[in-house]
Design a protein around this ligand. Structure first.
Ligand code: SAM
Length: 201
């Protein structure tokens, strides 16, 4: 398997540029003393700009070259697949997933992990390229030609994934290229870890 992100790591931040931090902060609705996980967070390109707004920030990813860049920024970098996170239940207030869900091998399982590690009342924010746009379909084709094994889903399908794990979910915003999907974990419910395996999604 080609390590695309290993190759891209040295130039990744320069190519992708700065995130729209105010938009993300607004959608995340960060509480006081928040614990934030940036899953598939790579170099920490996005969450490095949120570190002053939270009490604890963890960047997890499976690419060590990407994580190395996050660690060099002084971020707490954890090597882990999104489908099997090494964190206890209910240990984060917020989970952020930027431009990464379509790279996860089993996306439903990963969303189940995010639901598990979120505290009741916690929020999952996923930013994904919006497959309903022609430009994104072209990107999806290019990634398949590059053998990246990406699997893009339209925003409504991501909402269903979140709902399948007991979250109140909605498409919060879209622009010409991306969609932001929010899943809120309900308060006052005892969350049982989903053990059903959905296979590749
Ligand atoms: C397009 S990059 C986005 C990185 C970062 N979120 C950003 O926006 O700068 C996708 C990231 O997902 C990571 N990734 C892919 N599959 C993963 C998995 N199963 N578990 C965790 N991270 C994964 C890749 O290593 C890569 O760093």
């Amino acid at each position: 398997m080609i390590d695309h992100f290993g190759f891209a790591a040295p130039v990744y931040d320069r190519i992708l540029g700065r995130p729209n931090t105010p938009r993300l902060a607004r959608l995340l609705r960060l509480p006081e003393n928040a614990r934030l996980l940036d899953a598939g967070g790579g170099t920490g390109r996005v969450s490095a700009h949120l570190r002053d707004r939270v009490d604890r920030l963890v960047v997890s990813d499976l690419s060590r070259p990407m994580l190395l860049r996050a660690a060099r920024k002084g971020l707490m970098a954890v090597s882990a697949t999104a489908e099997c996170l090494p964190f206890p239940d209910a240990s984060f207030d917020r989970v952020l997933v930027i431009d990464a869900l379509h790279h996860f091998r089993c996306q439903r399982e990963a969303v189940g992990e995010f639901a598990r590690i979120l505290k009741p009342g916690g929020r999952l924010l996923i930013e994904e390229p919006d497959l309903r746009r022609m430009a994104v379909r072209a990107v999806a084709l290019a990634e398949s030609l590059l053998r990246m094994e990406s699997r893009f889903h339209p925003p409504e399908a991501i909402v269903l994934m979140m709902q399948g794990h007991g979250m109140a979910a909605r498409v919060a915003e879209t622009d010409r290229f991306r969609a932001w999907i929010i899943g809120d974990k309900p308060f006052g419910t005892c969350y049982a870890r989903m053990t059903i395996r959905f296979g590749r999604s």
